[in-house]
Design a protein around this ligand. Structure first.
Ligand code: NAD
Length: 501
């Protein structure tokens, strides 16, 4: 039985007595416990971060980037260990867990270039012998609150850039899969990061609420579901903090009749069922423009029938279990709901065979196989709710315009994709669609680290996306200096408003 603790000021910390159970999603068995921080535990982590801030802020850019380079190498060297930890608590298959580590490392690699990223502007001679220049400085203590579905990558959207910019960091990972955070903390220490610069508080709402109200926390990055993102944004900003809060999603793939249907079917199955659909950039709705619906559904069903579902640590598995029993039950409830709403259940994931077990519905562990619902009525809950599991809904539409209207009429605006061979249609789509991240014949258009990640509408509260230059902007504040050094041309007292001359 493992016991997952906090990491405060460079050491493991027990904290309060409150704990939550951890599960192995592949067996459903309890695998250990995670500490749940009290307000006092959060205060201890913030105090450590606040104490470490002045020296880290003053560490040279060279020193900071050298620590980041070493951290990158250590994370890379431990990627298998990290992926195994993720798989054991989240359930995703090992190769998928390795994929999230590698996408997270791209942000560390981006942050290694911090000396270049923090270069300011300089204007010589804005007035006679007066110069002006801009600098960006860290905020102080900043916090990251992250979801269960990417226990390594989503925190890596935040802390590499925050720390590179000279801030100190308190991470509050998901209590469902917390172990990756402690390995990360150990590797930061090994990389030479001073104690107190990176801290981890494990926990639930109590920890989040204390971070949101703590006067020494200057900025909060959040990724999770929309109701909590909205709450974190409102509470954090009411407490005077800078907040970026990324929320949920319901991503549509619009398939025009001229698209390559084999590419579309491969993409829909990969993006719908990778990580058991527990991705904020998963494709959960396919909008099939007439007349290709029947042919496309058949191609999708053929591919789904060949998917191998099994434990994340079995190399033959392509899709693992869901994260918890409660989540599996909620996702599975949409199969009956979909039928009640008028959809046709063409692949029933409760019937899927699990490697080493029986049918998903009767096998111990949090199993549900890939499910396909066809003819899902537009506007039904199966179409619009974020199900966040292996359920792919096919909605039939008559035209491009009808499909676009369904996407733009939705609550979320995280990701979307168009599949077509018509460049003009794709260009029109990228211009007209109200979504932050768009794929053209690419199903999961997650931006590279040097671009910024974020959606529109209920998928983002605040105006700054994560990582890329927007990340650097979020974790720094600007100053502009106007400077003159006395010289013989100094003209004496002048009470007039300073003007350029
Ligand atoms: P969640 O909102 O339940 O939890 C996210 C974080 O908030 C966790 O650290 C959790 O401990 C904390 N939390 C939960 N309830 C809280 C409460 N009442 N008060 C304060 N804090 C609370 O999300 P999840 O189930 O862990 O993750 C899945 C969700 O995250 C999905 O909706 C998914 O779309 C979203 N997500 C979005 C993105 C994105 O980039 N937009 C990326 C990944 C995941």
């Amino acid at each position: 039985m493992k016991s997952v603790k906090h990491w405060i000021n460079g050491a493991l910390a027990d904290g309060d007595d409150r704990t939550a159970e951890l599960f192995d999603p592949a067996t459903g068995e309890v695998s250990g416990h995670v500490a749940l921080a009290s307000a006092a535990d959060v205060d201890a982590a913030v105090a450590a971060a606040a104490a470490a801030f002045p020296a880290w802020r003053d560490a040279s850019l060279t020193k900071r980037s050298q620590v980041l380079f070493r951290f990158r190498e250590l994370m890379y060297a431990h990627r298998d260990e990290l992926a195994a930890l993720i798989s054991s608590e989240h359930g995703k298959v090992h190769s998928d867990a390795l994929g999230e580590v590698s996408r997270g490392l791209e942000v560390v690699e981006f942050a290694c270039g911090i000396p270049h990223l923090l270069k300011g502007g300089f204007s010589e001679g804005v007035s006679t012998r007066v110069d002006s220049y801009s600098i960006r400085q860290p905020l102080g203590v900043v916090a990251g609150i992250t979801p269960f579905n990417f226990p390594a990558m989503v925190p890596m959207w935040m802390y590499p850039i925050a720390i590179a910019c000279g801030n100190t960091f308190v991470l509050k990972p998901s209590e469902k899969d917390p172990s990756a955070s402690l390995l990360t903390a150990r590797l930061w220490q090994e990389a030479g990061l001073p104690d107190g610069v990176f801290n981890v508080v494990q926990g639930d709402k109590a920890a989040v609420d204390r971070l949101l109200e703590h006067p020494d926390v200057r900025g909060v990055s959040f990724v999770g579901s929309t109701p909590i993102a909205r709450y974190v944004y409102e509470s954090g900003t009411a407490h005077g903090k800078r907040v970026q809060a990324l929320g949920g999603a319901k991503n549509h793939m619009l398939v025009l009749p001229d698209a390559d249907l084999d590419l579309v079917a491969d993409s829909a199955v990969s993006a719908g069922f990778g990580s058991a659909g527990e991705r904020c950039m998963a494709i959960s709705v396919v909008l099939a423009v007439d007349p290709i619906g029947d042919e496309l559904v058949q191609k999708i069903v053929d591919r789904v029938g060949r998917l191998v579902v099994g434990p994340g640590d079995d190399p033959k598995s392509q899709m693992g279990p869901l994260v918890t029993e409660a989540h599996r039950d909620k996702v599975a409830s949409y199969l009956d709901l979909g039928v009640q709403e008028g959809a046709k259940l063409v692949v029933d994931g409760r019937e899927t065979a699990v490697l080493g077990g029986g049918k998903a519905a009767g096998t111990p562990g949090f199993w549900l196989g890939p499910t396909v619902l066809d003819h899902v009525p537009p506007g039904s809950r199966t179409h619009t709710d974020e199900i966040f599991g292996p359920v792919l809904s096919i909605v039939r539409v008559g035209t491009y315009e009808e499909g676009l209207e369904l996407i733009n009429g939705g609550e979320y605006g995280n990701g979307t994709a168009i599949f077509t061979n018509d460049g003009g249609a794709a260009r029109r789509f990228q211009n007209e669609v109200e979504v932050g991240m768009i794929g053209v014949n690419v199903p999961i258009p997650v931006p590279m680290a040097y671009y910024s990640f974020g959606g529109w509408k209920a998928s983002l509260f605040g105006d700054t996306h994560v990582h890329g230059t927007e990340g650097v902007h979020f974790y720094t504040r600007g100053k502009v200096v106007t400077s003159r050094w006395l010289d013989p041309s100094h003209g004496g007292v002048n009470l007039g408003f300073p003007t350029n001359g």
